[in-house]
Structures are given as C-alpha cells and as structure tokens.
Design a binder for this molecule. Structure first.
Ligand code: DGL
Length: 269
C-alpha cells in the first residue's frame, strides 16, 4: 500500500462506476484508477474456486503495478467470495468491500418484507446467508438471483434496447404480498443494478425503496483513508481505467471517458 497512491476501484464491468461517482463527490482531492475486469464478465457465471483463483492472481499483479492507497471492491459477487482471502493474502492493503445491504434494509423496513436482488452466485453465498442470520431474522428476506440483469445493465448503458418484459422477468419475484403486507425495500446487491433503477421504478407494481449502497461504500473508503495524503496530481483529469479484455464496445469506452477516465494503454489480466 502506498499512502499517496490512487484509490483503486474494481468491478467486472461498469457497475463500480456507481461507486466511483459517490467516491469522487466525497474525496474530490483523490486520484482514482478504475479496473473493469471485462475479460471475465459476468462474474455471476463463474464457479467459486475458479473465480477466487482468478481474483487472487489478478490482484497480485494490480497491487504491484498500481500501489494504491486503498482498494474498493465495488462488486458484491467478487467481495462476498474473495474479500477474506484478499485481505489475508495482501495484509498490507486496505480493502473496502461491497456486500448486500441487508443490515440497513432490515433496520428500515416498515412492512418486514425485504428482497435482495443480486447475481445468482451472490444470493447463494454463505456470506449473504450470514448477513440475514445476523441482521434480518426479525423480517422476511427474499433472495432473488438474476442471471441476466448485469448484462442487461451493460446493454442498456450502451444504448441497446432492453425490453420491459426482460427486466420485469428478473425483478418480478422481488415483489411479495402477504396478507396486508408488501415488500417495501429491494436491496440492489449488484453494483450494475443502480443503472437500471429508473426502469425498475417504472415497472414496480407498487413503490419500494431501491437500496443502493454506493454512498455508504464511498464513506467507508473515506474513513479508511483517514488523513493519509492524497496524490499531488489528484482530480479527475488524472484518473484512468484499465480493461482486462480486448473486446470493448465503443459506447463503454465513451461512458468511461464521460466519467473522466482516460483509457490506459496497457491491459491487466
Ligand atoms: N457488479 C457485480 C456485482 O456487484 C456483478 C456483475 C457480474 O456478474 O459480473 O455483483
């Protein structure tokens, strides 16, 4: 870890941009490097052992090259699997994680019915089940694994038409009615999903709170960084993105540039 290094924000694709946006607002003086592991997207399709191995190898390389002041794993699928192993393997690095926001949802729900919308592997993880056992036993938490939403979010952001029916098929199980009670909070437990939140709002059969943890993650990163010095050349003009794969959609490149990220010439992975 290097005190005056950049903050590294990591995701399999565009999802971590939802966290970058908040992190920039809270820490405008910091420099950010964004890693999109697009060669491995979507993580939701990976077997656990293979993904863990992949992440440990990739981080050995990234930490050596970038020497960040801290790392934000802006991906529920990666962090719920590999967070503990990354911290153990790289003890000198501060990792800020992203986990399904089950605790705040359980604290805020009025109806006692919450849903957790995530990739199929995140909803199956012991980590997620542990969060429910620790914080949400007093309410009913429905786990909804979505195979396609992360890819649909990438399509949507690239201007590809995404049908309401395709989105509704993925989110419909989130809406539970039991006697006079209805789901009142849906946890967006994949960082890609906030890009679709406006579409979700239009499709919802009744209003719910779509809980996006991005701001809380950015606040945690700010706490972790404390008073460490920001890089002298801080600010968005110096931020860049590294893609791990070759096949880039022009729209994705433009989106990253719109976020003030220069495309790095080299590719990790
Ligand atoms: N953005 C990632 C997450 O928060 C997952 C997307 C993927 O399936 O790769 O879980």
């Amino acid at each position: 870890m290097s005190d005056d290094g950049p903050v590294l924000i990591f995701d399999s694709g565009i999802g971590g941009l939802t966290v970058l946006r908040e992190a920039r607002m809270l820490m405008p003086e910091r420099r950010f490097v964004y890693i999109a592991d697009n060669a491995a997207f979507p993580y939701g399709d990976w077997q656990e052992e293979a993904l863990l191995d992949h992440l440990l190898r990739l981080f050995a390389q990234l930490l050596e090259e970038i020497r960040p002041a801290c790392v934000i794993i802006a991906c529920n699928t990666a962090f719920t699997l590999a967070g503990a192993a990354l911290r153990e393997r790289f003890p000198e690095t501060d990792f800020v994680g992203t986990v399904p926001a089950i605790k705040p949802a359980a604290e805020r729900t009025a109806s006692g019915l919450i849903s957790v919308l995530a990739t199929p592997v995140t909803v199956k993880r012991d980590y997620t089940k542990g969060l429910i056992e620790s914080f949400a036993t007093h309410c009913h938490a429905r786990l909804v694994g979505s195979r396609y939403l992360a890819a649909l979010a990438e399509d949507y952001i690239c201007g590809i038409a995404v049908a309401d029916s395709a989105l509704w098929a993925e989110i419909a199980p989130c809406f539970v009615e039991e006697e006079s009670r209805r789901t009142d909070i849906v946890v967006l437990a994949c960082t890609h999903y906030p890009f679709l939140a406006n579409r979700f709002r239009k499709l919802a059969p009744w209003p719910v709170d779509w809980l996006n943890p991005a701001e809380a993650i950015a606040m945690q990163a700010k706490r972790v960084l404390g008073s460490s010095t920001a890089a002298a050349d801080g600010g968005p003009n110096h931020d860049f993105v590294i893609f791990t794969g070759e096949n880039l959609r022009p729209e994705t490149v433009r989106l990253m540039q719109g976020f003030g990220l220069k495309i790095a010439a080299r590719r990790a992975g």
